[in-house]
Ligand binder design. Structure first.
Ligand code: SAM
Length: 662
């Protein structure tokens, strides 16, 4: 058995946090041999170099949405100063999007320490600290000041991160340490991305006056100008885009047209975790929500298990799947931690989660994976015993921020928190929907009109395919059965969930949950002895060193919705006939720009297919849907957004010239 350090080093490179030292109470980068900001003049320098040189706050006057992009978040001082201006000078309903790229994030403690020298920013710093994400690679969208400010913090290399954005900025802050010390931040590739993400009104500013930076930016279409630098620095640069290159990453078929959202009223069908989180997020954005479900209360179907695990799905390859799951998990955990701080009754237990490592598949994950330490660690048997309370004598993966909760209680609490803005309508079975100009209408089995609304979100899991408009999107039903054991030694000692081929949860109210069987294409919810046997055998096999002879005392079965690529279906519903017409020759591959924009069912959206990971993925999914409905910048990388599009299977089939399974 390798020692912990050795074992850890077998897991590949993790995201590295900033290598800091403190000089006179101020952070200093050992890696780049440079200061983040000057203690005495940091604020004045930011005011001069980034705020004034970008003509802020004047440039955002009258704007409902304003986007700033920064290279190098560091301590967040530029962000904090910008937010202060924004709160003082923008309209209360205007929103600032602050995108910032950072490859070596500060820890939360260091961030707090660095910004503590400026007590005048205390309220902004406190908001920032509450939402500051763990050092997990990817794009993290966070709301501050009730959504007046949205921080899009991108923990990634500047080039990788910029290449994944599809949002033009209004102003750029280039703040990536001195160019001669950090050429990765200042090169042609980065300059080209800055230009791609600019329009003819985009400005930029940087403290450096290096000739190659000025020339490089000028070559990309920025009109560059030298101006006096701050303090001892003689010169700095600012620029304005003059010839924006017309290029968007999102293909025309995924550009969902705007719907009329003036009324800010939406009907959501399905009150599981996907529907409830969507309702909650939209309510926070000022929407009135009617949440309809066939059952009497929220979270009674697939989201109604007595306890559920919140952990990320790991995938071997980096790419859209892992980017989505890790960002979704980081957001879920943060929302749960914040809710629990507000509502102590919320039964959220961030106890960590262990995944046993005795299968070849998981061993491969460990060896080949490139995971962040805050997302997942490799632990040896000794540490597993320490964390879990059971002596399982094997290695494991450890998710330090993960945990478990009572999903039904969570859904009820979210609806309470949303208050008047969300109206739950239970016991209402919708049989058919149709669109009459301006509104979707929902009918029951007697063809009685139950509701009508300009915007309709279907969050009805495996039942999505029941409507003619969405039959072609039907996800796969997967039956899963839990078994309950009377809590008894030694399993009752368990302190955190243990996952293997199934999972075992800590004892609660004298019983312990084991899960779950997995039957694709089966939508029955009857309990079967076979499934109980299966659950028990898996437990006995995987937890062999711990003696288990507890009888099963009941259980629960539910049907989840799964997709072929294990990503949910999120977004607008394509008009299939129009897609088949417009994109019939995709297999022959004309340039993307020659195709017309996609035709969509007006105001119809879906949020389904979360499989067994809904408690982790629903939060980010809800933000993605809300951003799409409101035509606001998407909270994920462009390739992630594309990978979640409900029409993706159709487009993939068209591209390959395959027959379309409609
Ligand atoms: N704007 C920051 C503030 O307000 O505190 C200061 C930024 S500091 C001068 C430069 C930042 O760039 C550092 O936090 C550093 O970790 C980050 N950085 C350096 N190389 C990078 C790269 N290749 N990609 C992304 N960020 C990088």
């Amino acid at each position: 058995m390798p020692a912990q350090a050795e074992w850890q080093s077998q897991c590949n490179e993790f995201m590295k946090q900033a290598d800091l030292s403190w000089r006179d109470g101020q952070p200093f980068s050992e890696q780049f041999d440079d200061v983040y900001f000057s203690r005495d003049q940091g604020v004045a320098e930011t005011e001069h170099v980034f705020i004034a040189a970008n003509d802020l706050p004047q440039a955002w006057q009258g704007r409902k949405t304003f986007c700033i992009g920064e290279t190098g978040f560091g301590s967040g001082l530029n962000f904090v100063i910008t937010v202060q201006h924004w709160l003082q000078t923008s309209a209360p309903d205007a929103r600032l999007y602050f995108y910032s790229l950072e490859k070596f994030p500060f820890s939360q403690t260091d961030l707090q320490r660095a910004l503590a020298v400026y007590p005048r920013f205390e309220s902004i710093v406190n908001e920032l600290l509450q939402v500051y994400p763990p050092a997990i690679r990817g794009l993290h969208r966070r709301n501050l000041f009730n959504g007046r400010v949205v921080l899009m913090l991108i923990f990634d290399d500047v080039s990788t991160g910029l290449a994944q954005l599809d949002q033009a900025m209004d102003a750029w802050y280039l703040d990536g340490f001195a160019p001669n010390r950090n050429p990765q931040m200042w090169n042609e590739q980065v300059f080209a991305q800055l230009a791609r993400l600019s329009t003819e009104r985009t400005t930029l500013a940087t403290y450096t006056s290096a000739g190659f930076v000025r020339r490089g930016l000028a070559e990309q279409g920025f009109a560059m100008q030298k101006m006096p630098g701050y303090g001892r620095k003689r010169d700095m640069l600012r620029g304005r885009m003059t010839q924006p290159p017309a290029s968007v990453l999102t293909p025309p078929w995924y550009r969902v047209p705007q719907t009329d959202t003036q009324q800010k009223s939406i009907t959501i069908l399905g009150a599981g975790i996907a529907g409830v989180t969507s309702a909650w997020v939209l309510a926070q954005r000022g929407w009135q929500v009617r949440l309809i479900d066939q059952l009497a209360a929220p979270a009674m179907a697939a989201s109604g298990n007595p306890l559920g695990v919140v952990m990320p799905r790991l995938s071997l390859q980096s790419g859209a799947e892992s980017d989505f799951h890790s960002a979704a998990f980081a957001l879920a955990v943060q929302q749960l931690n914040r809710l629990a701080a507000h509502y102590p009754e919320l039964d959220w237990q961030p106890a960590g989660v262990a995944q046993l490592a005795s299968s070849q598949r998981i061993v491969r994950h460990m060896r080949d994976g490139d995971f962040d330490e805050q997302l997942v660690q490799c632990i040896d048997a000794e540490h597993l015993a320490e964390h879990s309370g059971l002596d399982l004598q094997q290695d494991a993966l450890w998710f330090p921020l993960a945990g478990y909760l009572d999903p039904r209680q969570l859904c009820e609490l979210l609806l309470d928190d949303a208050g008047e803005r969300v109206k739950f309508i239970g016991n209402s079975v919708i049989d058919r929907i149709d669109y009459q100009p301006g509104a979707w209408r929902l009918y029951d089995a007697q063809d009685q009109l139950v509701d009508s609304n300009a915007v309709l979100l279907l969050a009805n899991g495996h039942q999505l395919g029941q409507f003619t408009q969405t039959r072609w999107l039907a996800p796969q039903p997967v039956r899963g059965q839990l078994s309950y054991l009377a809590a008894a030694e030694p399993l009752a000692e368990l302190r955190c969930p243990i996952c293997y081929e199934g999972y075992l949860l800590p004892a609660r109210h004298g019983r312990q949950v084991i899960g779950a069987s997995f039957h694709p294409d089966d939508d029955s919810i009857e309990l079967t002895d076979d499934d109980h046997q299966h659950n028990l055998q898996a437990l006995q096999q995987w937890l062999r060193p711990v003696a288990i002879d507890t009888p099963v005392q009941g259980g629960r079965a539910a049907v989840r919705a799964a997709t072929a690529d294990r990503l949910p279906l999120l977004g607008g519903v394509a008009d299939v006939d129009e897609f088949l017409n417009s994109y019939a020759d995709l297999a022959r591959g004309r340039p993307m720009s020659e195709y017309p924009p996609g035709r969509y069912q007006p105001g119809l959206y879906v949020n389904v297919g979360h499989g067994a990971r809904g408690l982790s993925t629903a939060w980010l999914a809800a933000e993605i849907i809300a951003a799409e409905i409101e035509q606001q910048p998407t909270p994920v990388y462009a390739q992630v957004r594309d990978a979640l599009q409900p029409a993706r299977f159709l487009i993939r089939a068209l591209k390959k010239g395959r027959s379309i399974p409609l």
